[in-house]
Design a protein. Structure first.
Length: 686
């Protein structure tokens, strides 16, 4: 040990799980955990986060370099934030800065020049503050509605919470969950203001498209409390400004998607997760953290309440309610007093179709338009047709890079192209069949573009609008369409799941689900749960403000339990049936899982890696309570030219699973196979 010398373990802004030791002089420049520092790296300089400090290092003195300086202008990360990152690291089985550093806006983690003095942070602060000063006051919200008895009971229950608790606000679509959130947060922030505090609230939504609408509503209801919005699609400067405002408690309410859970909020007092069941809260690239699970852990560590809102809670959440771990707050009726829509199941096996629609569905759309109301035609498949086929030889428009078909799309120019929805490979439609030369290539099936064409033919006088990801790519297109729907200048709306949640269309009274079967028999055991949630959400768009609404579901399996539960608007019946099946089959939430995936140029290389990994896991003493399955191909076995295999690990004990995973991943990192792999804890798709 060298007198007067300290050592810092630093997560450097690099795509590596390793931490690096750097030296500092405690007397000249005190360095502590949570400090942002500038460190030498090779012949350049990098930004790093100090994770811990120590008086010694195991490295030879000549290999340890000095910290250059603290990163100017950046706030020190609190011990509570570091604990959250440490919890996330353990939950996802990662190390150090793999999650912490990418969660910070890029502009704030750029190594400054030697002469700069916190220029990036100063600009970010001024940007947020100037927008508050320059922004016109939010239009005053209408008088808050009178709460129903159920809403008032939910608000009262939330206000009675002292300290940490998890409350599940289970409300049917249209029951006024958002109003409950607002009343609770208003009371909490007003009480804190009266006491001279500076409390903060965090509101998470699953998708970027939902943040502008919620942020506008929050601004109207909370004009005295500055709001920060955080999501990955923001301009860098805006994200930096909002992140810093949240970190320094200048923003009192933070609205965002899953990455917002990692914002360091010093005065956090309450958390709301809307649509808590949504799979979008699980990161699908990089560290596979669950924002919902992290938010629950964050609330527990900070001793604050958290509300999970949904019309269709995840079965993990529902199971926790049944075990008494979470508090249930039911909203069984619509806030407007409107009855839930009638659900009518239309059997596709016995009813003829035109443009994919049965005659009862066509008649219902016509009646709706004639009455001056709106109908929504739902098909969760974008493009013109899922595949192009040669009827002479059977050729299909497969993707050379993926085990998938290239989907037929019509561009804005009117020309058709074949696009893979997995690797984005794009090509013109061939003039003739690549196999036999036949010039009559036929689209098979339909997507939203082809469905829109059919609706135009069936209802030539109707004003039709379409919303899917292709439309949403055009700047401002989504907002223009939604404004037109709300203004009543659209009669017939056709689209994907982008229309299924978060929208309140006053004139919409009928919903037609064109093909409900795609999720019924998928290999993933969670497919029925996802299908039920989607159908419940899209059905909930109908009749929120008008009586006599209806949902028509076209299916080849009209007797399936999903449709029976949906017709009765009975989530409890569906959830209990699914939980019984999962208990019998030994599936989550009754077991805990981790999935190791391998990606390689050949399937043999991926298989060899997984077999070696299995041997390493079985050799560990901690592996005794585990079930380690054999490697198998993933459902999409080839993606972007790579072969993909997977190996499932299960345990009845979460603790036992994590005890085994930690040393296992260290051994996996030591392998030099040249095969890319990733360990996913609590996978949502298998």
């Amino acid at each position: 040990m060298i007198a007067g010398v300290g050592y810092a373990r630093v997560a450097v802004d690099l795509p590596t799980p390793e931490l690096f030791d750097y030296r500092f002089d405690p007397a000249a420049a005190p360095v502590a955990a949570g400090h942002w520092v500038v460190v030498p790296w090779a012949r350049s300089r990098k930004v790093g986060l100090v994770v811990a400090t120590a008086a010694t290092t195991e490295l030879p003195a000549q290999r340890v370099r000095d910290i250059e300086r603290l990163l100017p202008g950046m706030p020190q990360m609190s011990a509570e934030w570091l604990e959250l990152i440490e919890f996330a690291d353990a939950a996802v089985v990662i190390t150090g800065g793999e999650l912490a550093l990418p969660s910070v806006p890029k502009l704030l983690r750029v190594a400054p020049t030697p002469s700069s003095r916190g220029v990036a942070t100063e600009r970010a602060r001024k940007r947020f503050d100037s927008r508050l000063a320059a922004a016109p006051p939010a239009p005053p919200a209408a008088m808050p509605p009178v709460l129903t008895a159920e809403q008032q009971a939910a608000v009262d229950s939330l206000q009675s919470i002292r300290g940490h608790a998890v409350a599940v606000l289970h409300g049917v679509t249209g029951s006024g969950k958002t109003e409950v959130y607002f009343r609770w947060l208003q009371a909490l922030l007003d009480a804190d203001d009266a006491a001279g505090g500076n409390a903060q609230a965090l509101l998470l939504v699953p998708e970027i498209a939902l943040t502008p609408q919620l942020a506008r509503r929050v601004a109207q209801r909370f004009p005295r409390h500055p709001i920060a919005v955080l999501h990955s699609d923001m301009p860098d400067a805006d994200r930096a400004a909002n992140w810093l405002a949240a970190a320094e408690a200048r923003a009192r309410i933070v609205v965002g998607t899953r990455l917002a859970v990692l914002a360091p909020m010093l005065r956090l007092a309450a958390i709301v997760i809307d649509e808590e069941h949504d799979a979008s809260f699980k990161q699908q690239e990089g560290p596979r953290y669950s924002a919902r699970d992290l938010a629950i852990a964050l609330a527990a560590s900070r001793g604050v309440p958290i509300v999970l809102g949904s019309a269709t809670p995840s079965l993990e959440t529902w199971h926790a309610v049944g075990r008494g771990r979470y508090r249930m707050l039911p909203l069984r009726s619509r806030a407007s007093g409107a009855e839930p829509p009638r659900v009518r199941v239309l059997p596709l096996r016995t009813l003829p179709t035109r443009h994919g629609l049965t005659e009862p569905a066509i008649e219902a759309i016509g009646e709706t338009i004639a009455a001056g109301e709106q109908a929504l035609v739902f098909l969760n498949r974008r493009g013109f047709a899922p595949v192009l086929v040669c009827e002479a030889c059977g050729w299909l428009s497969g993707c050379e890079q993926c085990d998938a078909y290239r989907v037929l799309h019509r561009a804005a120019s009117g020309r058709y192209r074949l696009i893979c929805h997995h690797c984005a490979a794009d090509q013109p439609v061939p003039r003739n069949c690549p196999t036999c030369g036949n010039v009559d290539l036929v689209p098979m099936g339909r997507g939203t573009q082809r469905l829109e064409d059919g609706l135009i033919e069936l209802f030539p006088q109707a004003r039709i609008g379409r919303l899917d990801r292709d439309v949403a790519r055009r700047r401002g297109a989504t907002e223009r369409l939604l404004d037109a729907v709300n203004a009543g200048t659209v009669d017939l709306l056709v689209g994907t799941q982008m229309l299924a949640k978060g929208h309140d269309f006053e004139r919409l009274t009928r919903v037609i689900v064109v093909d409900a079967d795609s999720g019924l028999f998928a290999a993933d055991f969670r497919a029925p749960e996802r299908l039920f949630a989607t159908l419940m959400q899209v059905a909930g768009r109908a009749g929120r403000h008008r009586p006599d609404s209806e949902v028509l579901i076209q299916t080849r399996y009209p007797d399936h339990l999903v449709f029976d539960a949906l017709a009765r608007h009975d989530f409890d019946f569906f959830a209990q049936a699914q939980l019984r099946e999962r208990r019998q089959a030994g599936l989550p939430p009754f077991v805990f899982q981790a999935l190791l995936t391998a990606h390689a140029k050949t399937s043999d290389a991926a298989l060899a890696l997984l077999r070696e990994a299995k041997g390493l896991l079985l050799a560990l003493d901690e592996a005794a309570p585990l079930t380690v399955c054999d490697p198998v191909p993933m459902p999409l076995a080839q993606l972007r030219g790579e072969s993909r295999l997977q190996m499932l690990v299960e345990s009845p004990s979460r603790k036992a699973l994590h005890v085994a995973l930690a040393p296992w991943i260290e051994r996996l990192r030591a392998l030099r196979s040249g095969v890319r792999w990733q360990l996913i804890v609590d996978p949502l798709e298998i």
